[in-house]
Design a binder for this molecule. Structure first.
Ligand SMILES: [Zn+2]
Length: 436
């Protein structure tokens, strides 16, 4: 669908587009500030009582059609700027934004206002939360595991497959694919783009295959699923390590991993290495590999590298690691204005002089780029049109394959993460209810 005004913007220059959006944002800030001043006066006159509301909050929600969170925040900020002129000036000048000011409003006092206002300038959401918690300390955070029930939709394959335990569940996609830190914007042909499609719009993908499923006689049903809500306190070091693990996984799987998956992966890895059963299994696997290797290729005992045609394109792990360390595990893209991206998300080792144009695999010709900047650079080198054609030619197939793989992976992981017994029970019940 065409949004009014969007067509007229198509021909506008980049510079004008950016200038205009800045101007509109300034206007927006002025308007919001003016609304706050009105709210302060309505609050002073207690006009909401006359209007039949018990609070300013109710008036904002019912009369102004604000969401509850917006109403709460605007009222908190309005009362804050009335009490603290310094806060008003910071908001009016655009130094601090409404969201951050709303967060610190509840802990602001005459004593800490200067420190708090200084602390939220240019701060991320997490930094502001940290600041607020420092001014509102708890005594202790205890470990807690609490059972919770979640309504979950389970999709069952056609009746003849009802006994099959590999049912995919759309809920797992919903939960897993709902968020990507980098957001999804593209329908690009390369890995990052294709991934955006599936990490950014997992639910849509699930619904689509769901309707296909319905057409093929599959059924969906709601079940109450037992889950556990786990709460514990953690250090900054813990958070850093978790972010690190997530970044590493994003380069491999090109999507966001929820806590449960992160812990599962880390625990599986440790158990496989350190439990007696895991060690025995690993030893068996090693011996099996050894046996097949000696029987298949008696002459070459070195590790198999890609064949000679591809050797030159293949970047050895050692070199990749070196590039990673040199670039400090961050995207090295620098904008014409000098801003470095620095993302740790979906990192790829990129040839500065493209391989197809004679670039080699020496570290000086390699750099780390996030998936999105890798694609931007490819567009710059090869041209947008060529990349778009490439997408048309290969993208569809690629995306299809990625999609199938994604759904399969997510589905299997979902099942594995829960008790097999649980799924079997539901499937049996279903089979009984629908007469096979
Ligand atoms: Zn980047």
């Amino acid at each position: 669908m065409n949004i009014p005004g969007s067509r007229a913007l198509k021909g506008v220059s980049d510079r004008k587009l950016l200038n205009d959006v800045r101007r509109l944002s300034d206007k927006e800030r002025e308007t919001v500030l003016s609304i706050l001043v009105h709210l302060i006066e309505i609050d002073r006159r207690r006009l909401y009582l006359e209007m039949g509301y018990s609070s300013l909050f109710k008036l904002c929600v019912k009369e102004l059609k604000y969401s509850e969170s917006v109403a709460g925040r605007r009222i908190a900020v309005a009362r804050c700027i009335k009490r603290f002129p310094r806060a008003y000036r910071a908001l009016a000048s655009g130094k601090v934004n409404m969201t951050n000011l709303g967060l610190i409003a509840k802990v602001m006092t005459e004593k800490n206002e200067k420190e708090l206002l200084g602390g939220i300038i240019g701060a991320s959401g997490r930094e502001v939360e940290r600041l607020v918690s420092r001014h509102n300390p708890r005594t202790v955070v205890r470990d807690r595991v609490r059972p919770v029930h979640v309504r979950t939709e389970i999709r069952l394959r056609g009746a003849d497959n009802a006994g099959n335990s590999k049912n995919e569940t759309s809920k797992s996609l919903d939960r897993r694919a709902g968020t990507t830190p980098t957001g999804g914007s593209g329908k690009s042909p390369n890995s990052s783009g294709a991934v955006d499609m599936f990490s950014g719009s997992g639910p849509a993908a699930a619904t689509e295959s769901g309707s296909e499923a319905a057409a093929s006689g599959d059924t969906a049903m709601m079940v109450l699923e037992e889950r556990f809500e786990i709460k514990f306190g953690a250090s900054q070091e813990f958070l850093d390590k978790m972010d690190h693990l997530r970044s590493l996984l994003s380069s491999k799987h090109h999507r966001h991993h929820e806590f449960e998956e992160l812990f599962m992966i880390a625990m599986d890895e440790y158990i496989e290495r350190h439990s007696p059963e895991g060690r025995i299994k690993r030893k068996e696997k090693r011996e099996q590999r050894k046996a097949t290797r000696t029987s298949e290729a008696p002459k070459s005992d070195s590790k198999q590298k890609p064949d000679s045609k591809e050797v030159s394109r293949y970047i050895p792990k050692k070199v990749r690691d070196e590039v990673h360390a040199r670039d400090k595990g961050r995207c090295t893209y620098v904008s014409p204005g000098g801003r470095r991206c620095g993302s740790t998300w979906d990192l790829q080792v990129d040839h500065i002089v493209p391989f197809a144009r004679g670039g080699d695999n020496s570290p000086s010709n390699l750099r780390l780029l996030c998936g999105k900047h890798n694609r931007l650079e490819a567009e710059r080198v090869y041209g947008k049109e060529k990349m778009a054609n490439h997408a048309k030619k290969h993208g569809g197939q690629y995306i299809k394959e990625r999609g199938a793989q994604y759904v399969k992976e997510a589905g299997e992981r979902y099942i594995r993460a829960r008790s097999a017994q649980y799924t079997k029970e539901r499937v049996d019940q279903h089979a009984k209810k629908h007469g096979e």
